[in-house]
Design a protein around this ligand. Sequence first.
Ligand code: ATP
Ligand code: LTN
Length: 448
Amino acid sequence: MLNGKKVLFSGMQATGNLTLGNYLGALKNWVGLCDEYECFYSVVDMHSITVRQDPATLRKRARTLLMIYIAAGIDPEKNCLYYQSHVSGHAELAWILNCFTYMGELNRMTQFKDKSAKHADNINAGLFTYPVLMAADILLYQADVVPVGIDQMQHLELTRDIAQRFNGIYGDVFTIPEAYIGKVGAKIMSLQDPSRKMSKSDENPNASIYLMDDPDTIIRKCKRAVTDSEGQILYREEQPGIRNLIDIYSACTGKTPEEVVKEFDGKGYGDFKLAVGESVVSVLKPLQDRFADLEKNKDYIDQIIKEKDSQVEHMQELMIQRVDRVELLLKQLAKVLANNTNYATLISGPSYNQTKLKFIQLSKVEEHKLLVVVVVEGNIIRNSFVTIDEELSDEELLNLNILLNSSLNGLTIEEINLGVIAKMKEQAGSHRRVVDLVLNEVSEVIRS
Ligand code: ATP
Ligand code: LTN
């Protein structure tokens, strides 16, 4: 949650010219979501360099994409629009998450298989770990929802798996994101081969309508669209070309496919294709006009880029700190136990050795003082106070409690003694002093 709203994250690569498919399948659905969600829309330019790019062209395309976001109606006052490469946390978190992602998982990604077949001369490690950077994009902002097309679902599933794995080890660090399925779900197909999706990287320019195509080009491309010889405008599998044109027409006009079929009953393909072209022009023309205005207003775009960068920079710092703080929490845990003779006594006292821990809760009573409540089997409750060096935030305290309960709950006191010490030994590593301290204390108690 951010400002009382759920967080939404999505992004597009700045590769190639955007198509009508990108607009109808993604961008159009993003407009207006800011009423319900706190929205982050990124120009994911670091993803783009997984295939070779010319720097100047990429820079230009990234800026064009940001302007298209705005021209499509995503209000920069109400949404966070920014470049992925301007926010260092994406790459930083991606590295951390790389260490929690398995080769086998990445090997299964169909996009990796497709792209490496397409770019056989450059199958780089970035192409392989592309989904981890995508996971970092999403998890960096604790996104609750992610609008993605069906082709990106596998990456979103992986993001959820990585987040769950991390949380399982370190407590509740990441929000687990859900896919957001837009109202207009249509997948727009190529105009030249309706069995393939319309794609900005298609080599045949007649296969795609680009957002910046002029009206004549749009109409010409629609007229040349591959159809069939059935001669009837029907919405069915057997006529994939016509079906695709009906999808385009209905997405552009808001009519249902049934209404479209009725409207063109008895009409020829020529008339229908012209109407489809005109409906696309009527949707793209306002976007193109707004884009032309934005192009004239360099200072305005520069100002948005600058402003959003600093806003997002702040958000991501909080998240990265939070991930780093996980380690700190573990140290704190070691300290809490080490500093608390009473607690060490309690958990290693001979009468409780075989009883099971039910619940443990730390709560803040003063800045540097915590109350420890321990409930063991048979509801034996012990309270004691511990002093800590560094004040914990409420969130950290919550995480520490989750961590304690998830790792200790249900164990016997004896197991806890052995387990906690083993765990602390493992986690603390360079903090041997703390571990030694606890070991000493516990052995003291056992001996006495
Ligand atoms: P590329 O050809 O470079 O792989 P692309 O055109 O397939 O790119 P992406 O950058 O992968 O586009 O996707 C951006 C967004 O647009 C994604 O959310 C994706 O689901 C959506 N999208 C892309 N193509 C279509 C399409 N033909 N129909 C509907 N949605 C699409
Ligand atoms: N991989 C996506 C683009 C993308 C993305 C993201 C989408 C990168 N990071 C985070 C949603 C959330 C694509 O190719 N369409």
